[in-house]
Design a protein around this ligand. Sequence first.
Ligand code: FAD
Length: 461
Amino acid sequence: MMTGDDYRASLRDGRRIFYDGELVEDVTVHPRMQGSVDLIAAGYDAYVEQGPDAFAAAYTAPRSSEELRARLDLLTKWDTSLVTTLESLAALRTAAGRIGETEVPYGHRMEAYIEWCQENDVRCVQTLTDAKGHRDRSIADQDDPDVFTRVVEQRPDGVVIRGAKLHISAAAITHEMVVMPTKKMKTGEEPWAIACAIPVNAPGVTVLNASISPRLEELEEHPYSKTRSMPEGFVVFEDVFVPNERIFLNGEVEHSATFAHSLGLWQRAGGIAHMAKNYDLLIGLARLLAEANGTERIGHVKDKIAEMVIHATLVRSGLEAAITNVTTTPEGWVTPSELYTNAAKFFGAREFPRMLSLIHDIGGGSIVTAPLPGDLANPETRPLVEKYMRTMEGVSGEYRTRLFHAVRDITASDFGGWWQVTVSISGGGLYAQKLITMKHYDMNHAKELALEAAGLQRFNR
Ligand SMILES: Cc1cc2nc3c(=O)[nH]c(=O)nc-3n(C[C@H](O)[C@H](O)[C@H](O)COP(=O)(O)OP(=O)(O)OC[C@H]3O[C@@H](n4cnc5c(N)ncnc54)[C@H](O)[C@@H]3O)c2cc1C
């Protein structure tokens, strides 16, 4: 197992990383990435302390609802590298099972790769979303064929790929990219049906980054996001060679959607596990704000918190239903229910802005205007903050100001905006969840009930 320092050293491997137009010499000390690297390094150290099996759950398939629950609980951690490793490899394993036997032993390659990742204690990222060009055109009609990642050369020992994968969380500070086709490819689109694994430092890979990580001088004002932000990677492949043993699909268009569907399931299951926990967090913050403001007994405030509790409970119900109603593969692995996972993810994502609006309504304007930590530190301004932010015995000016900082950081800062977009978009937009929910909903059962209620016979169309 790697220690935190081994992990830091492993990132100094010649990778080509940019931040805001500048080449980054060493990601481990970059002001917008160091905090994220430290978070992952702390995770490595914690796993070393717990022993060799501590991280094994990220690499092995769950075999029961209880094991699935434990995996999904792991996904609620903010160490994104752990989440992306677990989800990428779970998606590969699910895809291997769904693809079954083909002429090429893809299933065996994927299993061997998962074992290699475990043996080398590396972290992987899910590398699916292409640039995609004009959204309403087929690949053949795009101005530039590279807007979907494709094979540009077949060689006896592997392939050469070109393209870009966007929004790849933590790519700059992890080791391996699990590359998958972003959508279903059709006959004629074989070069784009490519799944493979590529090291972040492979020749031809460039990663541009964006991050909502607070600047080092603003950490105190961001008690939450300072340990929970990851760089989002804009990954470009400029003729990158991939050896045969790392190729998991190469032209078999009939299997191209399998990867996206498998990853989508795990991403959304992770998403609702996260949401269930964070909806509770938002309720806790709303209640603390009401108590600090002295409004917790006022009717409309109680009603708003009750509404938040209903939303949180419904998201958690969906998560519980997804964990309980698992599908078991022929190998004995379990996967969460597609129906409940997608319905809960849709509901939770749609209601998230409502949750934020309720907490803002309860908290008031100081969420965005409360004086800054420096005003608490300066003896000249501190008494002013203490005097006018205090509300009652037990609620000091400092306590209430810092509570507002936390709520600002979580819901109304760069992080808050990032979070809102992420809840809605990651794992596919709301429409994608509707499509999968409809695919798995038992419409015939609903129609039978309706026919029986109406006293009618089914007519044939
Ligand atoms: C913070 C964050 C982290 C992410 N991390 C990762 C990651 O680690 N790895 C990864 O692979 N991806 C990641 N994603 C990408 C995420 O899965 C995509 O953003 C998502 O699938 C939407 O794709 P898009 O951003 O290209 O938007 P678009 O595809 O442009 O979608 C925008 C809207 O247009 C609609 N739309 C687009 N095309 C069509 C069409 N043909 N027909 C009908 N409607 C259409 C969509 O439904 C949506 O409502 C991340 C995204 C975010 C925001």
